[in-house]
Design a binder for this molecule. Structure first.
Ligand code: DQA
Length: 149
């Protein structure tokens, strides 16, 4: 199983960025955790981070035919990027969306996920644990098990 994990804008600043909301662990801690989980689950993983919408669209397009699943935290693009939504729909690779914070208990503009319209499910408010769950649930989904939307 080949998995692509995409992180969008400002997630590279984890640790520094609003630690009361996103925690004190760094982006490099997150990548280490993703690599560890994937290693122990026997998943081949590629991680990608960009602050640029078009670069994320390019990466999703290039994923076609290469990856079985995508785990994505589109950051702020979640709330307004029809381009990322369309790219995910175009390649039709099973996708789970993750957010570190509880997007439903913050500002109203974070309540809506545009990109989530292309996702099997959206996991939010669990911090790093949300990525772990997304990876394991993607594996289960690709193995033909049901996941709860
Ligand atoms: C986020 C939530 C978004 O609203 C925000 O713009 C982010 C991070 C999260 O992981 O909680 O950049 O996606």
């Amino acid at each position: 199983m080949n998995l692509l994990v995409i992180n969008g804008p400002n997630l590279n600043l984890l640790g520094l960025r609003e630690p009361d909301i996103y925690g004190k662990q760094t982006f490099s801690d997150l990548i280490d955790m993703i690599n560890e989980v994937c290693k122990s689950e026997g998943i081949s993983v590629t991680t990608y981070q960009s602050n640029h919408e078009g670069a994320i669209v390019d990466t999703i397009q290039e994923a076609y035919g290469k990856y079985d699943g995508i785990v994505i935290n589109p950051g702020a693009y979640t709330h307004y990027s029809i381009a990322i939504l369309d790219a995910l729909k175009a390649v039709s690779i099973p996708t789970i969306e993750v957010h570190l914070s509880d997007i439903h208990s913050r500002e109203e503009f974070r309540n809506v996920s545009i990109t989530g319209n292309a996702a099997l499910k959206i996991i939010y408010g669990l911090g790093f644990e949300g990525y772990k769950r997304a990876i394991i649930e993607m594996k289960e989904y690709l193995e033909g098990k049901n996941i709860n939307g």
